[in-house]
Every structure is written in structure tokens, then in C-alpha cells.
Design a protein around this ligand. Structure first.
Ligand code: GLN
Length: 205
């Protein structure tokens, strides 16, 4: 059985845990989800999610709790990470905010609350590279992604002319919240259909 970790210092942790369980079940995988609040547990995880919430708080706590270097090691080992909204901001290489100490796992800069001025929250049918049908994407004070050109990140989806989903090796980052809809295809793409990520294979039943 796979072990999944949800970085649980702040944010919509339970929703991610449920989404991981749905995605695993849809693919016939057994998964045990752990909430990660302190150091020492990420090394046991086959896959990892960093949720939406408040990026300055998540940043502060992953560093003070000693989780940050473990997340970096997880990605360096080629294991998948899905970082959503505030999680994406923390995983980026430039949050354009001094209160965020970025993990630098995605070669992108982000603009916090980029979609927040006109509408705080909205749902959009998003065309996502790798998915056949549009994904119902929920945006809540979402960041936009900038400066994708210079690094190794690849844009998976854009909204309003700005990137809102990227992939770089085993890391998928989304400005929206795939954990808030029953549709588990983004978790599937990040964890189980991610050619650049190492996940232990399904054992024969
Ligand atoms: N606006 C939040 C931030 O910048 C992110 C919002 C979210 O995760 N829904 O941290």
C-alpha cells in the first residue's frame, strides 16, 4: 500500500486527504494518508500534497517545523508532489512577497491573489494538457504563474491568458483547488499518471 502525506501545518488538509483517497481508489491503488505536522514523516511518504490556505503561514511553519528540507529531498528523489494554490506559492521560486520563503521546486514566479480583484472566487472549465475533457477548476484568491519561460516548468493550463497549472519533473502546481471538487483527475495526473515521478508499482493481486 502507498503512503501519502498531506502537509498539514495549515490549509484545506482534509479535502486533500479525501481527494487522494478518491484518486487512488479510482485507480485500484491502496493508500494510507498521513497528515504531516512535523519533521520525520515525509521520508516515509510515496507521494505528497501541499494544500491551499495561507501561503505566508504555510511557509513559516514548514520551515520552523523542519519539514521544508524533507519536501526538497522528496522531490529530489523523484517522488511526486502536488502543490495547490498557497502550496504552489510556497513551492515556487519567487512569490514576490518577503513573507514567503520559497522552496524553489518550480522554476516559476507567482503573483499572489492575481485573480482576486474582480472576483474572489469562481469556477472555470479549464482545458488541461493531459486531460480529455475540461476540468472544473475552483479558484479562490488564486495566484497567477509568471516567468515560466526561463526554467524547466511546463504550462499545463492557462486561464485569462495566464498560466494556472505547471509541471516540472515530479512536481505539479495548480493555482486552483483540485481537492475541492469530486473530480480526481488532477490528483491522478500528479500522482498516478506522472511519467516523471517514481511511485511504487501496483503489486499483482
Ligand atoms: N491567497 C492565498 C495566499 O496567497 C492563497 C489562497 C488559497 O490557497 N486559496 O496565500
Amino acid at each position: 500500500s502507498l503512503t501519502a502525506g498531506v502537509v498539514a501545518v495549515q490549509g484545506d488538509v482534509e479535502e486533500h486527504a479525501a481527494a487522494i483517497e478518491r484518486a487512488a481508489e479510482a485507480r485500484g491503488r491502496d493508500v494510507t494518508v498521513r497528515e504531516i505536522r512535523d519533521a520525520g514523516h515525509v521520508p516515509d511518504c510515496d507521494l505528497l500534497a501541499m494544500p491551499g490556505g495561507e501561503s505566508t503561514t504555510i511557509s513559516r511553519l514548514v520551515h520552523s517545523e523542519g519539514i521544508a528540507p524533507e519536501i526538497r529531498d522528496h522531490v529530489a528523489a523523484g517522488k511526486p508532489l502536488l502543490a495547490t494554490c498557497a502550496g504552489l506559492i510556497v513551492a515556487s521560486s519567487d512569490a514576490n512577497d518577503d513573507r514567503v520563503d520559497e522552496l524553489g521546486l518550480l522554476d516559476v514566479s507567482v503573483e499572489r491573489n492575481a485573480f482576486g480583484r474582480q472576483k474572489d472566487s469562481f469556477e472555470a472549465p479549464l482545458a488541461v494538457d493531459g486531460l480529455e475533457d475540461p476540468y472544473p477548476a475552483v479558484f479562490i484568491r488564486a495566484p497567477a504563474i509568471d516567468d515560466v519561460g526561463g526554467g524547466d516548468a511546463r504550462v499545463l493550463a492557462s486561464w485569462d491568458g495566464r498560466p494556472v497549472a505547471v509541471k516540472q519533473g515530479p512536481v505539479v502546481g495548480t493555482a486552483f483547488h483540485p481537492e475541492l471538487t469530486p473530480d480526481s483527475r488532477i490528483h491522478g495526473l500528479a500522482f498516478f499518471e506522472n511519467d516523471d515521478a517514481a511511485v511504487p508499482p501496483l503489486e499483482d493481486a
